[in-house]
Design a protein around this ligand. Structure first.
Ligand code: XMP
Length: 524
């Protein structure tokens, strides 16, 4: 087992993911867990994550007192990343100082050839992703410098006899060119781990965990959104619970063009899931009328979803004589990280980006016990699990769609004028054009956004003063970082013309060329 001790960085869970990509099982615990809890995991190697704090602050998270004595005695290799490296240096008697110049973003470094951590397969200069305000200026006994930044900062250290290693940068993010190679060396060459972790094992473990969480007479309900996540979650839970699972598909009035008919056909014909279609569009839209704040919209939608579930649950109670006690959700790892601090981490040390309705927006008096079998997985891992569960491949390739639906794609008041209708039509033209061009599978997510402004145009020799829509298409590995997709200009020109010609009230189309960060994927 690779244990990741979490000190609150946005990237922490990516470490666990990278390790799994290497085929090794990994778990994470809060960085300030007690020694006994850490030992109980019986880790083969330990990685200390980064974090937003400075080791100089009294309130910053730190390791248990006996941690390094224990890892030395058991010869457990420890790799500190960013804040994790600074902790190693400070706790063991070196010195960490606030850097004169903080280093953020892409940065070239020079690794030492032949060090234990880098091995001999090194390049003179590699680009890494740096993000730090403090730096190590004096190393504890037995440590050597194995990499420096172009500005001379110590960015890699090791004390092989003490089984300790440190990197000031983030090897886990894809922007660090050889980061995965360095993690691979740490996990296999230094840590002696074996690559024997498989998706089949994860699936079987999850089924066992569902059995453990759900009593033999309990019934579960699951809201299907039509997306990959909730569908895979439901199919998995269906395997575990059979007809004690009851799914509902809520039409919240915020769905894409013909979405209800299309997904219901898939659920029933292809997946044989027990699904009830609940048309709740009027109640959602009346609650959203006039609301323009994105967080408020998410909270209203989250609250209304729960109200609909309550009613659906009552229907189940009437039918089976027992109220369902379990709510199944297709929450993924990135949702968890961006909605709230990672599980087990100290709330003080993370930052909220968005309240995703299925995590942060749930009311405190939730009447159901949550079962989130995909909570530890990233999107592509969920697709791999879906394949094992015989979910049709075409369905698994569907682009992600946010829980609050078109509400986060109509900027401002969702109910204003014909916004939803226009957005649906534009989105359908855009997605069909992408499919026709054979680009759908190269794109992580593509959609249209309705802007709450009007622009002047000239259509059919007449002045128009109508809607502006934005198109967004991105490539991404996991939704956490993203690049905008570079369509051929010809493609954009033809989509723009088609939209203005077929959607009556649109006279201008713009294309979003912003990556994440600094933007997010959705506009709200
Ligand atoms: P952002 O906009 O946060 O999007 O960069 C990252 C991914 O998450 C989806 N997303 C959501 N999914 N509820 C969801 O279930 C939400 O409130 C939500 N907001 C964004 C988004 O579509 C993208 O795939």
């Amino acid at each position: 087992v690779v244990l990741v001790l979490d000190f609150g960085s946005q990237y922490t869970q990516l470490i666990a993911r990278r390790v799994r990509e290497l085929g090794v099982y990994s778990v994470s615990l809060s960085g300030d867990s007690e020694q006994g809890k850490i030992e109980a995991v019986h880790p083969t190697v330990i990685i200390l994550s980064g974090g937003p704090n400075s080791v100089h602050e009294a309130t910053s998270p730190t390791l248990p007192r006996s941690f390094f004595a224990w890892t030395a005695e058991k010869r457990i290799p420890v790799l500190g990343v960013c804040y994790g490296m600074q902790l190693i240096v400070q706790v063991l008697g070196g010195e960490v100082k606030q850097a004169a110049e903080q280093e953020y973003g892409r940065m070239p470094i020079r690794p030492v050839k032949g060090s234990h951590l880098y091995g001999t397969d090194v390049v003179d200069e590699e680009v890494v992703w740096m993000s730090h305000g403090d730096e190590a200026v004096r190393l504890p006994e037995g440590f050597e410098v194995i990499a420096k930044s172009s500005g001379g900062t110590i960015v890699g250290i090791e004390a092989p006899k003490r089984h300790l290693y440190g990197l000031q940068y983030h090897p886990e993010v894809t922007h660090s060119e050889r980061g995965l190679a360095t993690l691979r060396r740490f996990v296999f060459d230094i840590g002696d781990c074996t690559a024997d972790w498989k998706m089949q094992d994860v699936m079987e473990e999850e089924i066992k965990a569902i059995h453990a969480a759900v009593g033999p007479d309990d019934h579960a309900i699951c809201a299907l959104s039509g997306g990959v996540d909730s569908t895979v979650a439901a199919t998995l839970v269906h395997r575990a619970l059979g007809d004690r699972l009851h799914c509902c598909f809520v039409d919240n009035g915020l769905l894409r063009y013909k979405e209800q008919e299309r997904v219901m056909a898939t659920f029933e014909k292809d997946l044989h899931l027990p699904v009830t279609c609940v048309d709740a569009s009027e109640r959602f839209l009346s609650k959203l009328a006039g609301v323009t704040d994105p967080e408020k919209k998410r909270k209203i939608i989250g609250g209304e979803f729960i109200a609909v579930f309550d009613e659906f649950a009552l229907e189940i109670q009437k039918k089976y004589g027992k109220l369902p006690s379990i709510l199944v959700q297709g929450t993924l790892y990135p949702d968890v990280i961006e909605s709230c601090p990672p599980p087990g981490s100290d709330k003080k040390h993370s930052h909220t980006i968005k309240s995703h309705h299925n995590v942060g927006g749930l009311p405190k008096d939730l009447k159901f016990k949550l079962v989130e079998p995909l909570k530890w997985l990233f999107k592509d891992e969920v697709r791999a699990m879906g394949k094992l569960l015989d979910v049709p491949v075409g369905f698994l390739r569907r682009h992600p769609f946010p829980g609050p639906g078109l509400a986060v794609r109509v900027l401002g008041d969702v109910t204003a004028g014909d916004a939803l209708q226009v957005l649906r039509e534009v989105d359908e033209v855009f997605i069909n054009a992408i499919r026709d061009a054979g680009l759908y599978d190269q794109i992580w997510q593509a959609f249209a956004v309705f802007l709450p402004i009007r622009s002047v145009g000239v259509q059919g020799d007449k002045r128009t003063h109508t809607h502006v829509v934005a198109l967004r298409a991105i490539t991404s590995q996991d939704g956490m970082t993203a690049d905008w997709f570079q369509f051929e200009p010809k493609f954009l020109a033809s989509v723009s013309a088609k939209i203005c010609n077929t959607v009556a009230s649109v006279n201008r189309v713009v294309y979003d060329i912003t990556s994440k960060p600094p933007a997010t994927v959705e506009w709200e």
